[in-house]
Design a protein around this ligand. Structure first.
Ligand SMILES: [Fe+2]
Ligand SMILES: [Fe+2]
Length: 198
């Protein structure tokens, strides 16, 4: 598979100060939202499999991804149950909703944009899970868990970028990624700070 030169990609805007405090102040709520996010990520990967049965690179990667995200879901759900919490209902994620709204529906753009939105979302996840991991000093096992999740999500955003480059010119991929990175930064600014991944 093509490998993109990541140094040509725009940097991710830093998560606003205050987000981490909101998460640490209500970690139970964060866990609930995190579980939902993993379940939705798995579902998204399976929807890619259904949508592109004729593209073996997509099918192979997305089946693997769906299983991995579902494993994350299982692990977060174990944490929730260990805390004697009742899992919360899935809520609409305004961040994901806004970014999915950037996907152009025309056939020539649809796959590119879905892959790029996937990359942008996974990259933000990697950044935020690493922030959480770095700030759980009193809870080494939980910090280790979030470190491993951050490592997986980093691998995922690179996977989406490389899949995009497998199907489109690298310059097209880089340009669209940089555009959507800018849009994502604007979306992040508009969202309230809460104990949720986004
Ligand atoms: Fe995940
Ligand atoms: Fe992921």
């Amino acid at each position: 598979m093509a490998v993109v030169d990541l140094s040509r990609l725009s940097p991710l805007a830093a998560t606003p100060t205050g987000w981490l405090e909101a998460v640490l102040a209500n970690f139970d709520a964060f866990l609930m939202d995190h579980a939902s996010a993993e379940k939705k990520a798995s579902g998204m990967a399976m929807s890619m499999v259904s949508h592109y049965p004729d593209k073996p690179s997509i099918v192979r990667a997305m089946v693997e991804l769906a299983v991995e995200e579902l494993n994350h879901y299982r692990e977060v759900m174990r944490l929730i149950l260990d805390r004697q919490l009742t899992p919360a209902a899935d809520l609409k994620d305004p961040y994901i909703h806004e970014l999915n709204g950037q996907v152009r529906k025309a056939t020539e753009f649809f796959l590119l944009d879905r892959l790029i939105v996937g990359a942008v979302v996974e990259r933000r996840g990697a950044e935020r899970f690493a922030l959480v991991a770095d700030n759980l000093d009193g809870e080494p096992p939980l910090a280790r868990f979030y470190r491993s999740i951050a490592t997986s999500e980093k691998r995922h955003w690179e996977l989406f970028i490389n899949l995009a480059a497998h199907h489109f010119d690298e310059s097209v991929v880089t340009e669209r990624f940089n555009e959507l990175t800018e849009t994502e930064a604007e979306v992040v600014k508009t969202l309230p700070l809460r104990a949720a991944l986004h």
